[in-house]
Design a protein around this ligand. Sequence first.
Ligand code: NI
Length: 141
Amino acid sequence: MAPRVYVARRFHFSAAHRVYNPAWSDEKNAEVFGPCSHPSGHGHNYELEVVVAGSPNPDTGYVIDITLLRKAIEAQVISQLDHRNLNTDVPFLKGCIPSSENLIVALWKEIAALLPPGVELVRLRLWETPRNCFEYYGEYI
Ligand code: NI
């Protein structure tokens, strides 16, 4: 039996979005989403926590080299989001309403694809504000 250890890393990005359903009228968007749907959009300072799990490699003592994990996620994912407009600028968000719920599900696919064999993505936490936090465990219902 090998021990299973969880490793977490936190990332930051700033981005703009407008919560808006293009199938609805401006009036219905305003009614449902309120100020989140203002036509010019608004920004958030997002915090993203990535938790992976695996067993420490006997040669290194690491589950994963956290510097390599950081660099891969920054280069492949955070760079696509930071100082961008989530409605228009991010290929992996095309066609979805850029709520934090949809963003965190899309982030799961992007980040899981970067992990080496034997390292599993177990949780994402996305803070849209210091008080609003979203979690995703890769589950479907
Ligand atoms: Ni917002």
